[in-house]
Write a protein that binds this ligand. Sequence first.
Ligand SMILES: Nc1ncnc2c1ncn2[C@@H]1O[C@H](COP(=O)(O)OP(=O)(O)OP(=O)(O)O)[C@@H](O)[C@H]1O
Length: 574
Amino acid sequence: MFNDIKVLLGQNSKKLRKPILLLAIDSLFNMFFYSMLYFVLLDLIKEDLSLEKIKKYTIFMIIAFVIRALISSKGYTGIQANGARAIESMRISLGNHLRNLNLGYFSKNSIGSLSNIMTNDLQDFEVIITHKTSDLIKTTFLSIYFLLITFYIDTELALIQIAVVLISIPIIYIGGCSVTKIGKHKKQVMNQLISRMVEYVSGIQVFKSYNLAGEKFKRLEKSFRDFKRESIRTEVSIAPYVLIFQTIVDLSFPLLLLISTAKFGSGSIGKEQLVTFIIINVALTNVLRAFSVQYGSFKYLKLASQNLINTYEQPKMRYKYEDVDFENYNIDFENVSFEYEKGENILDDISFKVREGSMTALIGPSGSGKTTITSLIARFWDINSGSIKIGQKDIKDINPDSILKNISMVFQDVYLLNDTIYNNIKLGNLNASKQEVINAAKIANCYEFIEKLEDKYDTLVGEGGSTLSGGEKQRISIARAILKDSPIILLDEATASLDADNELEIKKSIKKLTQNKTVIVIAHRLNTIKDADQIIVLNNGSIEEIGDHNQLIKNRKRYYNMYNEMENAKQWAI
Ligand SMILES: Nc1ncnc2c1ncn2[C@@H]1O[C@H](COP(=O)(O)OP(=O)(O)OP(=O)(O)O)[C@@H](O)[C@H]1O
């Protein structure tokens, strides 16, 4: 039952042992209530109850409760502090694990399930280790303790109590299985709800412009209703089992009272034993009732640990070398084939070479595989066959972090963090000085527009950079790349949706960024790549043509046709 929890906690589980043990000891102090009750009743029966005695019991109880308070506070603070530390290190290790996964994992799992794992599941797991585990251990300890005392009083009575426990446990166990089954579905519904909420909030501008905000909200509303239904289902799924469990336990109370009184009548147990047994029986009934409620919520919360284990079990990208210094930055594709989904070949037996310091342009129809090629160079995905080498080293043997140190990517969809302009540029090199950040901004032609802002470099850019224009965002991403100063630049010709001024500014800054670098550019306009050292024409995941502008014009194939079409269009425009 606790195996998953131990696996997830790893080394941290050792730190939780002591506080859990202290809490278990703390629970045994409940016995003092019953002991005092026992002694008072016994004195009453013997007609020997005096104020002096009550004073003695009270002093004894005060001492016991002071000790209990000390143990309890040590146990609770220990479990809370160590539990929070354990969860913190799990958050970090889970984040690191996700960072090293193939991007396929993120395509296959919805944003809802990913954020659920990182927030709700980790939170549920925290509740398990800080509260539920110790609660269950406490009730189990107490039950065993009470049963042992009953054995001491009378073996037959103890065996009947054990029989009651043995009959009722399978019932609550089945209830737990039902919570697990329905709870899994509730988690799926919750994933869907979070995905729809994220979709609704991030797409609200588009939905409004297409008059779909109401329509989309209906979908979200349905998710809210589904979630409410599943929450109720999960809550009530265990209710009948808890009810049967508690009824059996409750009915056993008068039955045991009857048997114990009969035993007292026949003289097989004495007055003191009868009193003790009655008290123990009351206590055990309460403990078992509490257990039946705790078990259901424990089973539901434990679903989180299974989700977390599943995430940890996702295979990381393998590599032999942690950190590599490349001798040069030649990039070689040798017979590379790649598919995102099994059976759907996206790149088919592609081979080409990019020389260090040269510029290679990728052109071809939409969906031909241009972006995929750049993602593979950055080892966002692993290829199915062939090899990709940088500086003669196969990138499948190298830690993706080490590869990415040498690559800057400037793409059309610029994502800026909800932070200041300064910090967004500094992401390119966290060790850069303020002057270096400003220099990079100047080279990327950001300086002027930043200076016009009220808070200048300290201006917050909003979620994803929402307070800046497309061109400004792109220039900041170029400044970031300039600051990184990496030898390989992967560029998505980012001028398609910009006005003439912005386009010119960006062209100038890209020119500065790409000087003396190994550049692979996804080109959308042929006039910008006439000077490229190599142009690769892709179609349907295969290379149709390769060469420089003059060679491809001579070939009189697809490039030649595309170029002529562009020239004709220019004349039309004139
Ligand atoms: N994460 C992904 N999962 C599954 N299929 C994908 C994924 N990314 C891209 N594809 C598919 O791979 C093919 C190549 O896509 P890619 O983005 O490389 O083309 P592209 O030439 O860059 O297109 P565009 O010029 O429109 O950006 C397309 O059919 C696309 O649908």
